[in-house]
Design a protein around this ligand. Structure first.
Ligand code: TRP
Length: 362
């Protein structure tokens, strides 16, 4: 069996540091490991429309933003097929057949859906399209025979639901679909990066993001106003590192080399933490240190983006070519599915033979 990756994002905004740490970096590493036979990254515009259907321009505009973010982070179109979901109509068809395999209460029990229904105030009148999106996600995954789905932890219930659909389909119609597995970062603190305000999650709607495309000044300003320890008022006060966003980020980003380069008074993060906890270390020092690190990490991404923005037709071509290729694969799976379900009337001689056998000799 081939080793195939499929993953994707909804194009509802530019990608931020939370996306980068929680999934994009992981995807680039997987891509460059050369361990996979095929890698697909999907811009999930159809899924984005399930809760933005009144604002299609927002989705349309962000298709190219997300593509730019992918390419600037090191997703390489020679190794990875990037495509637009709605342009692969086979996915919608697969969704329709999978809908038979899932109950309403199962969808309503999906923890990610449950959470999103509350966030979007959909509880009283739930659009069917929105509730259905886990099924469409199963179509995305199975259409490409994907075995490995690198996602953030909030997506685990989606993969679980896909696995149930695969199981059920194969049980009823014979082994057709490939069983996928989620792949999440093995570093606990990278799985969910909190927002700059200390809230649980970096999210556009909370306004607490550092975007991959933010300029130097904006990054600095966001770092300098980060949430730290509200009780650490004077430099001499002992400070807390737990829940202190600067330290949470340093845990993710700072290496011993960064200390050599930007803060040689300390050997490593433990020494810095100890000093902060003892008292005598001000927030400005740690924020400046974090700023230096983030600037260094984000600069090449931003510069690559600027270069690509000047060559936007190339990005368009990457999407066009990728989508063409993705369609071919999805078409093959759809054919297999329809054959398994016995709804392939004109694809082979079989149906004709059956009816002839049945009626000719009467
Ligand atoms: N639901 C994912 C998100 O919100 C996007 C997505 C759509 C996806 N289809 C997928 C992710 C298939 C992984 C596999 O980010």
């Amino acid at each position: 069996m081939e080793n195939i990756i499929l993953t994707g994002d909804r194009p509802t905004g530019r990608l931020h540091l939370g996306h980068y740490v929680g999934s994009i970096k992981n995807r680039v590493d997987l891509q460059n490991s050369n361990k996979f036979d095929k890698i697909y990254i999907m811009i999930a515009d159809a899924q984005a429309l399930t809760d933005n259907f009144t604002n299609p321009s927002k989705v349309r505009e962000n298709v190219i933003e997300v593509a730019l973010d992918y390419l600037s982070c090191g997703i390489d179109p020679n190794k990875t097929t990037i495509f637009i979901q709605s342009e692969v109509s086979e996915l919608t068809e697969l969704t329709f057949y999978y809908m038979n395999l899932v109950t309403l209460s199962r969808l309503q029990r999906n923890p990610t859906v449950k959470n999103e229904l509350i966030l979007r105030n959909f509880e009283k009148s739930i659009p069917v399209g929105f509730l259905n999106y886990p099924i469409s996600q199963a179509a995305d995954i199975t259409a490409f025979d994907a075995t490995c789905i690198p996602v953030g932890i909030d997506q685990l219930p989606m993969i679980e639901q896909t696995r149930e659909i695969v199981h059920s389909f194969n049980n009823i119609y014979g082994k057709t679909l490939v069983m996928p597995e989620a792949h999440i970062s093995n570093k606990e603190n990278e799985r969910r990066l909190p927002g700059t305000d200390g809230k649980n999650k970096m999210s556009k709607s909370l306004g607490n993001c550092i975007y991959l495309s933010d300029d130097e000044k904006t990054i600095k300003q966001k770092v300098m106003s980060m949430y730290t320890d509200p009780n650490h008022i004077r430099v001499e006060d002992p400070g807390k590192v737990e829940g202190n966003i600067v330290f949470v980020y340093l845990d993710v980003f700072a290496t011993d080399d960064d200390f050599k380069k930007y803060l040689p008074e300390y050997k490593n993060l433990n020494e810095l933490k100890e000093h902060y906890q003892r008292g005598g270390l001000g927030d400005v020092t740690i924020k400046k240190f974090l700023n230096n690190i983030l600037q260094e990490r984000l600069k090449p991404i931003r510069e690559k983006r600027e270069e690509l923005e000047k060559n936007i037709e190339y990005v368009y071509k990457v999407l066009e070519e990728g989508t063409k290729e993705a369609r071919k694969h999805a078409k093959k799976t759809l054919d297999k599915v329809k054959t398994a379900m016995k709804i392939n009337y004109f694809e082979s001689e079989e149906f004709l033979k059956e009816i002839i056998d049945k009626y000719q000799d009467k």
